[in-house]
Design a protein around this ligand. Structure first.
Ligand SMILES: *Cc1c(COP(=O)(O)O)cnc(C)c1O
Length: 228
C-alpha cells in the first residue's frame, strides 16, 4: 500500500514538474512520518524513500536511533530552545528556524558537535497570529544575522499557508513565498545561489506547491495514511 502511494505521489510530482517546465529531480519528497509507526517507515525505506520529516523530538529520537540507516531527517516541528541540542544531534535539516535566539543556540551546539547543519527559515506567509514563523518583511534581517553564525547554513525558506479545505487557496501564498525567496536570493543572502530550497506543500496541495516553485514537499497522510 505504502509503495503504491509512494509511486503515485512520485508520478504526481513528475507530472507537476513537467507541466511547469522543471526537471523531475528539482523536487524532493519529504515523507512526513510523525505519529506513524516504524513498520510503515521501514516499508517506505524498502521502496526507496530516504528523506523523512518529524515534528516531535522524543518520537524522532526513538525512530532515528532504531532505524540507524543512511537516511536524511528533516525537523519540521516547533523548535524549543531546550531541544536544540538533540535537534542538531539527530537531524540533517531543520526547517523551522524563525528567530535569532534559536539560530544562535543551534549554531553553538553544532560547533560543539562539529556538525554542519542546514536550516530553512520558516516564514509566516499568511501572517496568522496562531502560527509560528517570521513575518516576510523580517526574514532578510534574520538571515543576515544567521550569516554571522558558523556551522549553520541558511539554505532556503519553509512556509505553510492558512488552512483551507480548498487546495487552490494555497496557490497565492506559495507564490508569495517563492517571490520572497527570489528577492532574498537577488540580494545574495543564500550561499548556494542556484539551489535555494523552498519547502512548501503537503498532502492536499503539493502539486500546486510544485507549480509555484517548491523544491521540497512535505507529504504525510497521502503516503502513510491517517496518523495514530
Ligand atoms: C504534519 C505536517 C505535514 C504533513 O501533513 P499531511 O497533510 O499529512 O501531508 C507537513 N508539514 C508539516 C509542518 C507538518 O506538521
Amino acid at each position: 500500500m505504502i509503495c503504491d502511494n509512494l509511486k503515485r505521489i512520485q508520478k504526481n510530482i513528475d507530472i507537476a514538474t513537467e507541466r511547469s517546465g522543471r526537471s523531475a529531480d528539482s523536487v524532493q519528497l519529504v515523507a512526513v512520518s510523525k505519529r506513524q509507526g516504524l513498520e510503515k517507515i521501514r516499508k517506505a525505506i524498502s521502496c526507496g524513500q530516504q528523506i523523512f520529516g518529524e515534528n516531535y523530538m522524543q518520537e524522532a529520537r526513538q525512530k532515528i536511533t532504531s532505524l540507524d540507516q543512511n537516511l536524511c531527517w528533516h525537523f519540521i516541528g516547533y523548535l524549543q530552545s531546550n531541544k536544540c541540542r538533540v535537534a542538531v544531534e539527530l537531524f540533517d535539516v531543520i526547517e523551522t528556524v524563525d528567530r535569532l535566539k534559536i539560530a544562535r543556540i543551534l549554531a553553538r551546539h553544532a560547533a560543539e558537535l562539529q556538525k554542519d547543519i542546514r536550516i530553512l527559515i520558516q516564514v509566516n506567509i499568511g501572517r496568522e497570529k496562531q502560527k509560528h514563523g517570521i513575518l516576510p518583511e523580517d526574514a532578510e534581517n534574520l538571515i543576515k544575522s544567521i550569516h554571522r553564525e558558523t556551522n549553520l547554513q541558511a539554505a532556503g525558506l519553509m512556509g505553510m499557508p492558512p488552512w483551507s479545505k480548498e487546495p487552490e487557496a494555497s496557490r497565492d501564498y506559495f507564490g508569495k513565498l517563492r517571490k520572497l525567496s527570489e528577492q532574498l536570493a537577488d540580494k545574495g543572502l543564500f550561499p548556494n545561489d542556484n539551489n535555494i530550497e523552498l519547502s512548501m506543500g503537503m498532502s492536499a496541495d503539493y502539486t500546486i506547491a510544485i507549480e509555484e516553485g517548491a523544491t521540497l514537499v512535505r507529504v504525510g497522510t497521502a503516503l502513510f495514511g491517517h496518523r495514530d
